[in-house]
Design a protein around this ligand. Structure first.
Ligand SMILES: Nc1ncnc2c1ncn2[C@@H]1O[C@H](COP(=O)(O)OP(=O)(O)OP(=O)(O)O)[C@@H](O)[C@H]1O
Length: 888
């Protein structure tokens, strides 16, 4: 019998005398159905009472295969021999974290905070793991080693490591793997799987097993181990994978695991004694599976409270620990208790509080991502598709093995839309992403002729479904950014951020932009900033132009500049603007699929000759990368004079720190009256550092007040509502522009109600779910009218609040007309914009939750803006009432 519910009561453990002698037990009350069910008593026996020790009311608990009995008319449950108890099963603990945790809980915490810094063992480990995967896929040692060392070119170059020595080391390790693969029975390829993403709904675990052989886990360790047995923490890691693999096979748990210590093959036999064979098998008993689950539970319980471990939880032996110094230093700086002790002085109280507040916010965000993950099994495929989180019902087509041993998978889509975009990392599966065959894959193509879908993956999958992959990588990087920003930056750098000192500016006299005083002032201020400067740019005010001119000016003054933004799109736009300014020698750091085709020539080739790769990065005056990439181990080795961050209003505070902590000074460019950061949870992360600083130090900010986009009449309402009436057209021509300024467009061909530059149309339909078919029809007619009048399809955009309405409209529009939600339109503009509001009766929907969304929707049009909605519904809100009056 399985029980899953919320713990409402935990009794003190006690010892009772049973027929088998003394035994410990602990009684709990659990309410199933997320706390809504009847209180049920569950008794944990023996070692499971350890789990009870950190259970608290409010935590979720799952008890699988419990014994059941009737007692005084009540059904009670207790743990029996095969029972498994899971604390907070919806918190997905990473298997490598459990390995760290059993070594020392504080080690786990430190790894989480500091991320992996660039170091030779890290790079070596990555190379050898890649080689392992290649060998399993049937690629030869020489080919694999040379390719993988080549791919690590940048990392090796930044470390100043010798590639030939690395090749030699990799070869030695590869030989250990080869030798083991050759051993007799291990020849059938079918039995093998290289690195596999494993997720357990039942045990709240996830991770990537290095390999799976005949259903049993194999872990590769690049260290040596001369004892007969695998290391304890390595066994724990393999046993965690065994738990997940067993679940996948309906409870048939593998009973052995293998650890492969590849350095053993490189050890000189005359100098070392002991067991030098690389492969060490061990048997996995049910008791050991229960043990690793208890370790997982302890970690999950601590994360439930967002506690910081001290090292006392386990009997860590600090004196032998490699991490002792950093453990003591971090404890010292943050005023934490640590078993290893503390060194150094603490950062000021306000910084400690800031650290704790954002640490908690980031961990809350992590939980929200786990909840997203849980939807993979909680929602039906249809619900996932309706939520735009999956493309289902795909028809598998060709599967092709690529030259590098990876696979290209093709399928035909159904024409449905989702949030999945080209370049995204997704879960590709045979239809069941959790229980079935699933692989992490990169989207290469979407849509196209016959709605073809193309992805690439390490292993082939029968491609029937794609799901959004709720990655924790950006969450991990936020923690590292918080760590770097608070714990490694000098106090003077942090002073203005913590309001201990006003930001300082040196006066710059010369004129840099002569036709726009606000832009000129913004640049002079940014050039003269000793700490930071803020450029507030409402829509169309030339933020990107100002940013590019600023970067050029800084480079002229001999500064090294980092250009960053949250999205690849924004980074590429900034790069393009730099190109237009005539700047050369910029270096774009990013993946091939992340960087726009026309900016590939600036992309840093991270593979190849190490010295050349490193030199290309280190000698660049301007480096451009997303904030997530700023947190990569390669970029964390770099330092800059100035970081210039675009679209900073859309970045969380720690997200901004990822870029600015790499520089001595920084400039944030953004608009906090447009869309805020996108976060799953809201705790503290939804306000940008840009907004906080603009509000704290208005004198550090310059408002760009001339806009080059919208006709006078279009900008009037947003200017009044969102920018205190300060926004104005940059020139008479901008103000007076009309739709018939476009070649071949004549006003008389438009119906009279669409001739003004702002129009309101009330089609009198009604909202049905997330669509309004009548409104959709009117929008299609409106777009048709503009097309008839000669406006090119590419110059017309339609903004709708729901994806369902986007689909409803999209399928009836001519190709070339962009239809999307507001969030996708931020940063772009069109000659004609038609906005769909959908709502009738009352105002509900994402577009109404936040005026900033409305601001973005209303400020995309240059010459014609048509609002299509229910005037009565809109007039129930004062702001929208004013909007309707303006538009009519
Ligand atoms: N000082 C200027 N003189 C002439 N043209 C300018 C000036 N500043 C900006 N522009 C022009 O105005 C247009 C809008 O500029 P830009 O794309 O930089 O705006 P933006 O503020 O980044 O827009 P968004 O709100 O979409 O981010 C561009 O065509 C740009 O060339």
């Amino acid at each position: 019998m399985n029980i899953r519910g919320v713990v409402t009561e935990v009794e003190q453990p006690r010892t009772v005398n049973t027929q088998y002698g003394d035994s410990e037990l602990c009684e709990l009350t659990v309410r199933p159905d997320r706390g809504a069910g009847q209180p049920t008593t569950v008794t944990l026996w023996g070692k499971w009472t350890e789990t009870a020790a950190y259970l608290e009311p409010g935590m979720e608990l799952a008890v699988y295969d419990a014994d059941e009995r009737e007692y005084r008319g009540e059904t009670q449950y207790s743990t029996g021999e095969g029972t498994m108890v899971v604390v907070e099963p919806s918190f997905l603990v990473d298997v490598t974290d459990i390995r760290g945790w059993v070594q020392c809980p504080r080690m786990y915490y430190l790894n989480k905070l500091g991320g992996t810094e660039l170091a030779e063992p890290v790079v070596k480990g990555t190379i050898i793991h890649e080689v392992f995967g290649d060998l399993l896929r049937g690629i030869g040692v020489e080919e694999s080693v040379s390719r993988r060392v080549e791919e690590a070119g940048l990392d090796l170059g930044l470390l100043g490591a010798d590639p030939e020595a690395m090749r030699e080391t990799a070869r030695q390790h590869a030989e250990a793997i080869e030798g083991w693969l050759r051993q007799g029975t291990l020849t059938e390829r079918d039995e093998w799987r290289s690195e596999q993403l494993l997720v357990s709904e039942r045990y709240g675990l996830k991770g990537r097993a290095d390999a799976v052989r005949r259903g049993a886990p194999v872990e590769l360790k690049t260290g040596k181990n001369t004892s007969r047995d695998p290391r304890f923490q390595d066994k724990v890691q393999a046993a965690c994978y065994a738990l997940v693999l067993g679940e996948k096979r309906g409870g048939e748990y593998p009973d052995t695991g293998t650890l492969l210590y590849t350095k053993n093959a490189a050890v000189d036999r005359s100098e070392e004694s002991g067991d030098l064979s690389p492969a060490k098998d061990f048997s996995i008993s049910h008791g050991f599976l229960q043990f690793v689950l208890r370790a997982r539970n302890e970690l999950a319980a601590m994360e439930h409270d967002i506690d910081v471990p001290t090292g006392y939880e386990a009997d860590a032996r600090c004196e032998y620990c490699f991490e002792q110094d950093s453990c003591m230093a971090i404890a010292g700086r943050l005023g934490q208790e640590s078993k290893a002790g503390t060194v150094g002085t603490a950062v000021p109280e306000e910084e400690q509080q800031y650290f704790e507040r954002f640490y908690e916010a980031i961990e809350t965000e992590r939980r929200a991502i786990h909840r997203e993950y849980a939807k993979l099994w909680e929602q039906s495929p249809e619900e996932r598709a309706d939520d735009d989180r999956a493309l289902v019902g795909l028809e598998p087509a060709e599967t092709t093995e690529l030259d590098d041993g990876r696979w290209e998978l093709r399928a035909r889509g159904t024409g449905a839309v989702s949030k999945i975009r080209v370049g995204d990392l997704v879960l590709a599966s045979d239809g069941d992403p959790v229980g079935g065959n699933a692989e992490l894959a990169r989207v290469e193509r979407l849509g196209g002729g016959g709605d073809e879908i193309v992805v690439t993956a390490d292993e082939p999958v029968e491609l029937r479904r794609l799901d959004i992959y709720p990655s924790e990588l950006s969450t991990d990087r936020l923690l590292t950014a918080l760590h770097d920003g608070i714990l490694t930056q000098p106090p003077e750098w942090k002073d203005p951020l913590f309001e201990r000192r006003e930001p300082a500016f040196e006066t710059v006299e010369e004129t840099i932009i002569d036709n726009n005083p606000a832009q000129d002032e913004a640049i002079r201020k940014a050039v003269g900033a000793e700490d930071f400067a803020l450029i507030h740019g409402p829509p169309g005010t030339g933020k990107t132009y100002t940013l590019a001119t600023l970067v050029e000016e800084l480079v002229d003054r001999g500064e090294r500049v980092l250009v960053s933004a949250f999205t690849n799109r924004a980074v590429d736009n900034a790069l393009e603007a730099l190109e237009e300014q005539g700047l050369t020698g910029m270096v774009r750091v990013g993946t091939e699929s992340g960087v726009r085709a026309d900016m590939q020539s600036y992309r840093l080739d991270q593979s190849g000759d190490p010295a050349a790769c490193a030199d290309a990065l280190e000698s660049a005056d301007v480096v451009a990368a997303t904030t997530a990439t700023c947190g990569s181990r390669a970029l964390r080795t770099q330092s800059f004079d100035v970081a210039v961050v675009d679209e900073a209003g859309q970045l969380t505070e720690p997200g901004t720190l990822a870029a600015v902590a790499l520089a001595e000074r920084f400039v944030l460019v953004g608009d906090h009256h447009q869309l805020p950061p996108v976060v799953q949870s809201e705790a503290d992360l939804d306000r940008s550092l840009f907004q906080r600083l603009v509000e704290t130090y208005p004198e550090a900010a310059t408002l760009l007040d001339q806009q080059y986009r919208m006709a006078q009449r279009i900008q009037a309402f947003p200017s009044r509502e969102f920018y205190d009436g300060q926004l104005r057209p940059a020139t008479g021509a901008v103000a007076a522009q009309r739709i018939d300024d476009l070649d071949g467009v004549s006003l008389s061909d438009l119906p009279s109600h669409l001739r003004d530059s702002v129009a309101f149309v009330d089609p009198g339909g009604s909202q049905q779910g997330n669509t309004n078919p009548e409104e959709a029809k009117t929008i299609v007619e409106t777009v048709g009218a503009f097309r008839q009048a000669g406006v090119p399809a590419e110059e017309i955009g339609v903004i709708a609040p729901f994806r369902a309405q986007v689909a409803e409209i999209g399928q009836r529009l001519p190709p070339g007309v962009a239809v999307d939600t507001v969030d996708r339109f931020q940063g772009s503009s069109k000659e004609v914009i038609v906005v769909s509001f959908v709502a009738t009766g009352s105002l509900e929907g994402p577009i109404f939750e936040d005026y900033r969304r409305m601001n973005v929707a209303l400020t995309r049009a240059k010459k014609s803006l048509v609002l299509v909605g229910d005037a009565a519904a809109l007039s129930t809100d004062e702001t929208y009432e004013r909007m309707v009056e303006w538009a009519r």
